[in-house]
Design a binder for this molecule. Structure first.
Ligand code: FMN
Length: 327
């Protein structure tokens, strides 16, 4: 039997594939089905800052996008307690329904709400908390330093109140991802999720209006997190989970070779259904057997930049050999 276990922010996972925060993890039934299919852990659907602020208990599916003004169109007039209270009940139900770790998720754009609420999430039994910090820098007079400070303030406010481990799910848009990653670690983060996939914006040229782009990722999108996984692994002293474009067993293996502690999967479970986790499991085990690998820890990070004899090739943004000769 192959050893697929991993230790992710102090939690023992029997398999390194988690279900990412999405609507599959917003009901007890969905959570149970993900666990039955072999998820190592489940990140619950996020509670949105706007949900708490406006006190709504129902927010439209696609509101996980950052700072989207339409968020406010969908928010009802329910009392603040309801949405937040239902979320706490979901944590309690999930903990009773399954034995794998349950990670709660908050979608934050400011530090103001989280002190009290994070404490309640911990008391409801969550094993960990993932902060999806999604700030869209839309103004030319907002500096990178100002925006990065908000990330750290959010993290500080939560870290000061709870003892359960905290992960931060970030987007790829920083001038220096390694600097930001290290800052988050310095402020107490136990794991980073690379990366959030933001709402895809598109334009309908017939109606001449904004529309939503592809809702689900494609496997090709994984290259971005694979690059940063291989650069950060071994340099940043926290666990790293890959997210976006992890669809198949081969993708899991690539991310582990690059240095991932674990991966998060969402779109593939919508495209192929939750049972697809079983196929991923079978494919990873088969690969391990074919390559005589007993444990994923044997290969974790072996293709990261820090283990490479030619670290410079990881930093080449325009790789001459690949581009020269293509007209
Ligand atoms: C329907 C749907 C709902 C989502 N809801 C959330 C959410 O509440 N919080 C969050 O952090 N990410 C949310 N996401 C993003 C996923 O967690 C994940 O980061 C993203 O889909 C990229 O991973 P993938 O390529 O495996 O789909 C959602 C994605 C989808 C498709």
């Amino acid at each position: 039997m192959s050893d697929l276990t991993t230790n992710y922010m102090g939690l023992k996972l029997l398999t390194p594939w988690m279900v990412a925060s999405c609507s599959l993890s917003k009901t007890e039934d969905g959570i149970r089905r993900c666990a039955q299919a072999g998820a190592g852990a489940i990140v619950l659907k996020s509670l949105f800052e706007e949900q708490i602020e406006a006190g709504a208990n129902k927010v439209h599916e696609y509101l996980w996008m950052p700072s989207h003004t339409e968020a406010f169109d969908y928010i009802g007039n329910m009392s603040m307690e309801i949405g937040a209270q239902e979320y706490l009940k979901l944590i309690e139900k999930a903990k009773k329904a399954v034995s794998i770790p349950i990670i709660a998720s908050l979608n934050c754009i400011s530090p103001k709400w989280w002190l009290g609420y994070a404490k309640q999430i911990e008391s409801a039994g969550a094993d960990g908390l993932e902060l999806n910090i999604a700030i869209l820098p839309g103004e030319p007079n907002h500096t990178s330093a100002q925006i990065e400070k908000i990330y750290l303030e959010i993290l500080d406010s939560v870290h000061a109140t709870i003892r359960i481990p905290i992960a931060v799910k970030i987007g790829p848009h920083f001038s220096s991802i390694p600097y930001m990653a290290q800052e988050l670690v310095n402020h107490g983060v136990k794991a980073l999720v690379l990366f959030n996939r933001f709402y895809q914006l598109d334009i309908d040229i017939d109606k001449m209006q904004l529309v939503s782009g592809h809702r689900f990722s494609s496997p090709e999108e994984m290259c971005l997190s694979l690059r940063w996984m291989s650069i950060l692994a071994g340099k940043i002293s926290c666990d790293l989970a890959a997210s976006t474009g992890v669809h198949h067993g081969a993708d899991v293996i690539k991310q582990i070779l690059a240095g991932a502690t674990a991966v998060q999967i969402c779109s593939a479970l919508y495209v192929h259904e939750i049972k697809h986790l079983e196929k991923i499991h079978a494919d990873v085990e088969q690969w391990m057997k074919d390559h005589q690998i007993n444990s994923l820890s044997q290969i974790r990070g072996t293709l990261s930049q820090s283990k490479s004899h030619r670290p410079e090739i990881y930093e080449r943004l325009q790789y001459i050999e690949a581009l020269v000769g293509i007209d």
